[in-house]
Design a protein around this ligand. Structure first.
Ligand SMILES: [Mg+2]
Length: 135
């Protein structure tokens, strides 16, 4: 299944990393969809901002490598809403701590289930979606 994780305050968390690692191991297509600026986008800003972006993305790439997420499965939204990317791509869930992003995904009526990472039941919700989506 194709699944998506927010990074800041979501996949940056240890418990979420453990879960994502398990999904990679089980052969799921795991993505990071983050509001952050890409390194390429940061090239166009002033050196101070660029430096900050590159440094904080370094941590993101380190986590991605550790979890087993391919570079080609990392989407930087450059502060656009994530629903613009997620819509019609076949994701079964997106896990995020930002209610605005989650509501926005729900509003697109895409089948992708928007799951709140701050909810105590987030992992059960994710597993339930995966079980239901089995062919
Ligand atoms: Mg977040």
């Amino acid at each position: 299944m194709k699944v998506s994780f927010d990074f800041d305050s979501t996949l940056s968390r240890r418990d979420v990393q453990q879960f994502a690692m398990e999904l990679v191991r089980d052969g799921h297509e795991v993505w990071i969809v983050t509001s952050r600026r890409s390194n390429d986008d940061a090239e166009m800003t002033d050196p101070w901002v660029k430096d900050r972006v590159l440094r904080s993305n370094k941590k993101l790439f380190r986590v991605a490598d550790n979890v087993g997420i391919l570079r080609s499965n990392i989407q930087f939204m450059n502060f656009q809403m994530k629903s613009e990317f997620i819509k019609d791509k076949g994701f079964v869930f997106h896990l995020d701590d930002d209610p605005d992003e989650l509501w926005d995904i729900i509003a697109t009526k895409d089948p992708c289930k928007a799951i709140n990472a701050d909810h105590f039941d987030w992992e059960r919700d994710c597993r339930e979606v995966l079980n239901k989506s089995q062919p």
